[in-house]
Design a protein around this ligand. Structure first.
Ligand SMILES: NC(=O)c1ccc[n+]([C@@H]2O[C@H](COP(=O)([O-])OP(=O)(O)OC[C@H]3O[C@@H](n4cnc5c(N)ncnc54)[C@H](O)[C@@H]3O)[C@@H](O)[C@H]2O)c1
Length: 457
């Protein structure tokens, strides 16, 4: 039996290893983390993350060939293949602060592997990293004088939160990059053999190390760019009377453009898009390509503008002041079907409204705990209500900030009756029936589409 180890039991490590364990019963898969609380949660009925379908997969394989542990050192010694999926956040200090990836957790892991290894191993980069990180990794690992050899493989993860299990079970493609040496090619094959248990051969792409590392950053940059592009156009629609959904449909039916990721809204969130684009920007600057860096940085600038502009529109519609007004924010998860609030537009809007002295109440089916944690020192300045009807009671306005389908199915007549008048609704995800809301009596403000107001004149 081969031993696979994964270092980092987060949004990537947990689900990825659960799916590998399920499809490869002859491998023993162990996931380790320095966070003991998280490991205890992975070993309980209350998993540390919400992801549709995850509970079932974990229950079926946990303690069969999937194990969660805090004993990092011991498991490094026993493993043949080590996936590393620790966090690689944006650096907050020193050179490259605000853009470059903070690789301290990454390097600590490399040194820990080296300290505890007693045989040669394959080390797999699962985290998203700057291109050429594998080079540094190889140098650290192969600096030993114990005759140990390490092959470093890049196998970036393309799962999207909210559909992680489906993405892992039926990936568009799996990418495996490695060295062109004999041992590099053998290491690539060892990783391909794992995925070949359930992924069709033609969907497993092998490349050199640098193409693989760079492709992950480029994929996220292209996806985020589509959102910023349609959001940029949404602003022009609002000024001209065009409807962004009609424009998106008209251009998306062009097979060269395609219809996905063309929903205008309050902007993208999540732990990856902003961080990975800024990482790409930093790499371009580092390699002396300032125009290329500026081109990609604009995707992030546009996203920040979209969030700020959404709040400006709220303030202006509500007679230029929201101070003391109760405002209900529906949706703190950065997107539907996840409990993750990292970089969530809901929290960005919340912070801006607090700065305007609004009385903010947050509602979300899954993400309220994380929202409270993320708000940190200002978490006691807002109210939390799981029930959206209670959140809306006495509110002047509601803003929809996550596309949870349940928000489209609420009884808006009952909500309207319980609100202050005039009642406003700002649909930051364009998921509601705007005409119906207008007929109830709401003043309705979608994104990139004409607004409906019940004020005379
Ligand atoms: N979240 C996503 O949707 C997604 C998708 C694709 C790729 N990625 C990339 O995958 C990587 C991990 O992302 P995530 O969302 O799973 O992060 P996460 O923060 O949820 O999980 C990372 C885990 O690593 C652990 N860790 C850090 N240092 C450690 C060490 N030395 N030893 C053991 N454990 C350690 C942390 O305690 C944490 O639990 C990042 O590089 C990210 O960019 C994320």
């Amino acid at each position: 039996m081969k031993n696979i180890l994964c270092i980092g039991a987060g949004y990537v490590g947990g689900p990825t290893m659960a799916v590998i364990a399920k499809n490869c019963p002859e491998y023993r898969v162990t996931v380790v983390d320095i966070n003991a609380e998280k490991i205890a949660a992975w070993n309980s009925d209350n998993l540390p993350i919400y992801e549709p379908g995850l509970d079932d997969v974990v229950h079926c394989v946990r303690d069969r060939n999937l194990f969660f542990s805090t004993e990092v050192d011991r498991h490094i010694g026993e493993s043949d293949i080590i996936f590393v999926s620790v966090n690689t956040p944006t650096k907050t200090f020193g050179q490259g602060a605000g853009k470059a990836a903070d690789l301290q957790y990454w390097e600590k892991t490399a040194r820990q592997i080296l300290r505890n290894a007693n045989s040669s191993k394959i080390v797999v980069e699962k985290s998203t990293l700057p291109v050429r990180t594998a080079h540094a990794m190889e140098r650290i690992l192969n600096s030993n004088d114990r005759g140990l050899h390490f092959d470093v493989i890049s196998n970036p993860e393309f799962l999207a939160e909210g559909s992680a299990i489906r993405d892992l079970e039926e990936p568009d493609r799996v990418l495996v990059g490695g060295r062109e040496t004999t041992s590099g090619q053998q290491a690539i094959q060892a990783i391909v053999d794992i995925y070949a248990h359930w992924v069709p051969q033609e969907r497993i792409i092998t490349t050199n190390l640098w193409s693989s590392e760079l492709s992950k950053l480029v994929a996220n940059a292209f996806l985020a760019q589509r959102i910023s592009s349609i959001n940029a156009i949404a602003n022009l629609c609002e000024q001209t009377g065009a409807n962004v959904e009609e424009v998106a449909h008209a251009i998306g039916t062009d097979s060269r453009i395609g219809s996905r990721f063309l929903r205008a809204g309050v902007g993208f969130g999540g732990s990856c898009f902003k961080k990975d684009i800024l990482n790409l920007v930093y790499l371009c600057e580092y390699y002396g390509l300032p125009e290329v860096a500026a081109y990609w940085e604009q995707v992030v600038t546009m996203n920040e503008y979209q969030q700020a502009n959404f709040v400006s529109k709220m303030i202006s519609a509500m007679f230029n002041t929201v101070a003391g007004k109760r405002i209900a924010l529906f949706g703190l998860a950065f997107k539907a079907h996840t409990s993750d609030t990292r970089e969530s537009p809901g929290l960005a809007v919340c912070r801006r409204l607090l700065a305007e002295h609004a009385d903010v109440v947050l509602s979300d089916p899954r993400a309220l705990n994380n929202a409270r944690l993320d708000l940190g020192s200002i978490s006691d300045k807002v109210h939390y209500e799981t029930d959206p009807y209670r959140a809306a009671e006495g509110a002047h306005a509601i803003a929809i900030l996550t596309e949870w389908p349940q928000f489209a199915e609420l009884d808006y007549q009952a909500i309207f009756n319980a609100m202050e008048k005039p009642a406003f609704i700002f649909d930051g995800r364009n998921i509601l029936n705007h005409q119906a809301l207008y007929e109830i009596g709401f003043n309705v403000f979608p994104v990139g589409r004409p607004s409906f107001t019940n004020f005379p004149g």
